[in-house]
Design a protein around this ligand. Sequence first.
Ligand SMILES: NC(=O)c1ccc[n+]([C@@H]2O[C@H](COP(=O)([O-])OP(=O)(O)OC[C@H]3O[C@@H](n4cnc5c(N)ncnc54)[C@H](O)[C@@H]3O)[C@@H](O)[C@H]2O)c1
Length: 237
Amino acid sequence: MTARVLITGAGSGIGLAVARRVVVRGMRAILWDISAPALEAARAELGDSVETRQVDVSDAHAVTEAAASLEGVTHLVNNAGILGHRMDWDDLDPAEVARVLAINVTGFMQVAACFIAARSPHPAASMVNMASIAGENGGAPGFASYGASKGAIMALTRAMARDFAPEVRVNALSPGIIDTPIQDAVMTDAAARARAAEGIPMQRMGSSDEVAEAAEWLLFDASYTTGEIIRIAGGRR
Ligand SMILES: NC(=O)c1ccc[n+]([C@@H]2O[C@H](COP(=O)([O-])OP(=O)(O)OC[C@H]3O[C@@H](n4cnc5c(N)ncnc54)[C@H](O)[C@@H]3O)[C@@H](O)[C@H]2O)c1
């Protein structure tokens, strides 16, 4: 049975790498992203196997509207996320905390709910959520709201796995430092990248495709795995 896979944040990095693997498997992918140019590039690369739609996952109205075209969806990669601005505790900006949580947590929950409401049954029906090791270790200094949002995704993964079983398996990936544009804010030069690599047992950043490889397994093959959070972090914690 052909799968139809919704991927949020699919215009770049890890989401795009998952889309590539879905297409190689001969399945259809629905790509949502806030960036129209990124979606255009993805569409040019991946062709007719993908549908694209510009959606800001933190905009409840936009998500509801976009969800109307999700009929027949079978899998979800709930991946869109932002790091937010660097903030010290003596300079806490509640509006920025709210923005990070609106995208990484509230939007994430609404997309999951829309997926469950629209989905068609599939023998391998499943959801993969993009957490982060920041959800365990608190994240880089100055990025506590990001760490909090990823800790929430871990808790939500366990809640969803319980609530959506046995029809839908729900798992999360917890990447370490992966070489994608999201790192540009913290890895400003080659020296910063080299320092980051030193703290990783594998001595290098991971690639988007190394995360996508695990996502593909969880989505389609891990038939007795649900409620799990798997680190893809080169041994880093
Ligand atoms: N790269 C890493 O080191 C790393 C580590 C752990 C977790 N993650 C998580 O992986 C996920 C993907 O990140 P990435 O590294 O591929 O980064 P990325 O910046 O390359 O991709 C994120 C994508 O999400 C999109 N996006 C941002 N805000 C959005 C919104 N409001 N609505 C819809 N789309 C939106 C962006 O346009 C972008 O295309 C994120 O949830 C991130 O937190 C990344």
